[in-house]
Ligand binder design. Structure first.
Ligand code: GLN
Length: 505
């Protein structure tokens, strides 16, 4: 490891923390380096807002704390960035929507506040799909984010900017949110590591709501170790989020290297039962993704794990179920953007013989929301409407419960479940015109979201066009530590997570 100016961006979060502790670098140096690299790679579209001034001030404060000999946590002084779905005091928050152009929150989201309290330096706000709706970052009202492995391709979404910033080594770690796959899928498509925790692990307070029964915050970074460091700071009960859980937060970092009973140095996963759902390895998964995923299973076996066949029979149904429940909740959550309380208001309305107030709402929402957001609001309003509620929303809720039950049946015989994240590697930007086709690509991430289970994406190889493939690991409720442990063991034995997009050296 070296910490010269030219290679600071190659350091992981843990290595940056160590370099700060060793006095090999300073927070100001790390932050200046990150800011220069962000500027040099602005064409990737990772950031919607860069706060150079605020970041350098926070870095100087971190260096001063260190110089004063204060006891500092591992994240103190390291630069990170937040998905622009988290509200941040003093910085713009747009959720990548025109609707919130110019909006500034008077407070920090709990996740933002906790990371700030841990001493991180926030360098800015990251691009994403509008209100986190999408899987390609093509629904951002501001800019397309580009995959560093091939800038003609999508980075995935909705946390696309978060994935690009880490994959291109602009910062070592970022925050993301995952409602139906938005941490795991972009992590997979850009060759980085990401974890969606159990629903309720991280507070949703100050996270702009998309589908409240599904939304979860989580970290994205190059390694499981860095995800553990971030998740440690992000997790915990928050009285301002009624769905945040009163669950103790284990030491995720210590768990990475805590040996399993019966484990040996070369068999760290001895005794771990890995469930392989047949439904995740059948039709619809491209051959290159299948090959990389299967090779990863073999690697897990080599590390001591035992593969067990399991079944998640309602996997396919998770698509209609999610695309009823998520839009239903979105249509309700987004009703607050009416031109009165937040952001955009139409300039011209009420001309002629019309109801002036309703015309203001109509024009404001027509101008402020993009096409995918409008589509979801309409689907949501439809499935909730009188006469259709029973046929769609109620049925979807029942099936959601059955999907969760299927996981519990599987966890009777296994400890974690493994499979692909995305059925294909990253597609070309602009190559999809059919929203339903986009929805189908979420098939392997939606089930864990609907069940509220923790899920992870771990780099596990390359597919067509030398593009990254991610291995999904799904755990039972509150078992993030086990997922991170397994991912860490996998990363000690493989170097997929160290591969870098060569064009950006
Ligand atoms: N791709 C899914 C959707 O479009 C998931 C989005 C998310 O997790 N925020 O809804």
């Amino acid at each position: 490891m070296t910490s010269t100016q030219t290679t600071l961006h190659d350091l992981t979060l843990a290595q940056q923390s160590q370099a700060l502790n060793n006095g090999q670098t300073t927070s100001v140096a790390l932050t200046q380096h990150a800011l220069a690299r962000i500027a040099a790679h602005a064409a990737l579209g990772a950031f919607l807002h860069v706060d150079a001034e605020g970041a350098l001030a926070a870095a100087a404060a971190a260096d001063a704390r260190r110089a004063a000999g204060q006891a500092l946590g591992p994240l103190d002084g390291v630069p990170i960035a937040h998905k622009d779905i988290f509200v941040t005091q003093g910085l713009p928050t747009t959720a990548a929507s025109k609707m919130l152009k110019g909006y500034q929150s008077p407070f920090d989201a709990t996740v933002v506040a906790r990371l700030k309290a841990a001493g991180v330096v926030n360098v800015g706000k990251l691009n994403c799909d509008e209100f986190a709706m999408g899987g390609a970052n093509e629904n951002s009202a501001y800019a397309k984010a580009r995959n560093p492995w091939d800038t003609g391709r999508i980075p995935g979404g909705s946390s696309g900017g978060s994935a690009v910033a880490v994959s291109a080594r602009l910062v070592a770690a970022t925050t993301g949110t995952d409602t139906g796959g938005s941490i795991r899928q972009p992590a997979a498509l850009t060759g980085i590591t990401g974890i969606k925790p159990t629903y309720g692990r991280c507070s949703r307070y100050g996270m702009i709501a998309f589908a409240s029964s599904l939304d979860q915050a989580g970290p994205m970074a190059r390694t499981a170790e860095d995800c553990a460091l971030m998740l440690q700071a992000m997790s915990g009960f928050d009285e301002r989020d009624a769905t945040s859980a009163q669950q103790s937060v284990p030491d995720f970092v210590a768990a990475l290297t805590t040996p399993r009973t019966g484990a040996t140095a070369d068999k760290p996963l001895q005794g771990l039962r890995v469930g392989v759902p047949q439904e995740f390895f059948g039709q619809g998964v491209s051959a290159d993704v299948l090959a990389a995923t299967r090779a990863a299973l073999t690697q897990l076996e080599a590390l001591g794990a035992t593969l067990v066949d399991v079944s998640l029979p309602r996997t396919e149904l998770s698509i209609p179920v999610y695309y009823i429940i998520a839009p239903a909740e979105a249509s309700s959550n987004l009703s607050r953007f009416d031109g009165v309380k937040f952001g955009h208001r139409a300039q011209r309305y009420g001309d002629g013989n019309v109801d002036k107030l309703n015309d203001m709402y109509r024009k404001t929402r027509a101008e402020g929301f993009g096409p995918e957001v409008k589509r979801r609001i309409m689907i949501g309003a439809y499935v909730l409407s009188h006469g259709y509620y029973d046929a769609y929303y109620l049925q979807a809720q029942k099936l959601r419960r059955m999907i969760a039950d299927d996981f519990q049946a599987a966890f009777q015989v296994c400890d974690v479940i493994a499979g692909p994240v995305s059925p294909t590697v990253a597609r070309a930007i602009g190559s999809s015109t059919d929203p339903v086709q986009e929805y189908l690509a979420d098939i392997f991430t939606l089930p864990a979201s609907l069940a509220g289970l923790p899920g992870m994406s771990v780099p596990c190889g390359f597919g067509e066009h030398q593009l990254p493939v991610g291995l999904q690991l799904i755990g039972n409720y509150w078992q993030e530590a086990q997922l991170l442990h397994a991912a860490h063991a996998f990363q000690q034995a493989t170097d997929w997570h160290q591969r870098q997009p060569t064009a950006l050296a």
